[in-house]
Write a protein that binds this ligand. Structure first.
Ligand SMILES: *Cc1c(COP(=O)(O)O)cnc(C)c1O
Length: 361
């Protein structure tokens, strides 16, 4: 399986290369060039397995250039060893008509742990596989959860370093304490005078400073990012959709083949997109329900076909959903249309006018 850009520049990469690169050269996101298919036997087979074993099976469908041993090692280091405070890692709390998938049992108590415990392992393995000699320096701007989860995930992971920038007065006291007390030899945390946008703009300026990047390269360092534009951050999330279904089967709440729906609080569209991949692979999904807060740019898009970020921005009690540009939607548009040129046009329009229209259909 190869990975290609949503904007169609004909770059072809292995998953390891795509995870190291993060973003395609044309600014697009990496997507698999075919969607793996599983059958009901595959899904039934998951019921008897631990979360780690389920993860290895699902990841194996996408990371075809990693050996089984490599995937097992990554999964064990991410989810094993008592790092999660529940042996099931992502236990399903089954109630009468609805069940709750508990994604907060990781080391930082943020849902982000599900992906950010595994991404560093996939990246570090990718560096070894491809013979990359540079150290990878991860830069993260955070409004709270992501910073701590990324620090904890990359802590003491070989060949990587991480620096997190947070707005001096823009995170909660607990989040600040979580970050500034981070342990590990390869981690650093910096407060920024300003708000989250200032922190993010600063990080983007570092990424796009060619002269500075060349200097870093001479010193054996490449920059990379840990947010969900990276395939290695997205792919771990596909696992728990299968795991939830397997748990319902195992409990006898559903029968093999029954369709279930998922409601997903959405910001950057990473989590729900992972559910879409599960659906396209053959998981019996009835509906994926995209839940927004007042910043409901996605609700409007899904109901009208018009994506328009030219609107007021509201600060809410769910800051991880306060997002007006949902990066991963680009991947959905690609898979729905299979038309990279069209996606590139919409993304150009988004960058230039803050708006694009995919039509009512
Ligand atoms: C990150 C996050 C979200 C949004 O997830 P996306 O993958 O960005 O859509 C929602 N809720 C919480 C608590 C989060 O941490």
């Amino acid at each position: 399986m190869n990975y290609i850009s949503t904007r169609g520049n004909n770059q072809k990469m292995t998953s390891a290369q795509a995870i190291i690169a993060g973003l395609a050269d044309d600014g697009g996101l990496f997507v698999p060039d075919e969607l793996p298919q599983v059958d009901m036997e595959f899904i039934k087979g998951l019921t008897k397995l631990s979360y780690q074993e389920r993860a290895a099976r699902v990841l194996g469908c996408f990371l075809t250039d990693y050996t089984d041993e490599e995937i097992k090692g990554c999964v064990e280091r991410a989810y094993g060893g008592g790092k999660f405070d529940d042996a099931a890692v992502a236990p399903l709390n089954i109630m009468e008509d609805v069940s709750v998938l508990e994604l907060w049992h990781g080391p930082t108590s943020a849902f982000k742990d599900m992906a950010l415990q595994l991404l560093p392992q996939l990246l570090s393995t990718a560096l070894k596989k491809t013979g990359e000699k540079n150290q990878v320096l991860i830069l993260v701007a955070t409004s709270g959860d992501t910073g701590k989860a990324a620090l904890e995930g990359f802590r003491d992971v070989e060949q990587t370093k991480i620096i997190v920038f947070y707005p001096e007065n823009g995170v909660s006291r607990i989040q600040k304490l979580q970050m500034v007390t981070q342990q590990g030899e390869n981690v650093a945390v910096t407060a920024v005078k300003g708000n989250f946008d200032d922190a993010q703009s600063g990080v983007k300026a570092i990424f796009s400073d060619r002269e500075f990047n060349a200097k870093l390269n001479e010193a054996g360092v490449s920059l990379s990012s840990a947010n969900s534009i990276n395939w290695g951050r997205l792919v771990p999330q596909i696992v728990y959709y299968f795991s939830a279904y397997a748990d319902l089967l195992k409990a006898g709440v559903i029968r093999a083949g029954d369709e279930i729906s998922f409601t997903v609080p959405t910001g950057n569209f990473g989590d729900i997109l992972a559910g879409y991949y599960a659906l396209r692979m053959g998981l019996p999904v009835k509906k994926l329900i995209c839940a927004s807060n007042t910043n409901n740019v996605l609700t409007d898009f899904l109901t009208t076909g018009v994506y328009d970020r030219n609107r007021d921005f509201f600060k809410t009690i769910s800051p991880s959903m306060d997002i007006l540009i949902s990066s991963n939607l680009e991947r959905l548009l690609y898979h729905v249309t299979n038309d990279a040129a069209q996606v590139a046009e919409w993304m150009k329009s988004l960058a230039e006018t803050g708006r694009y229209d995919v039509g009512a259909d």
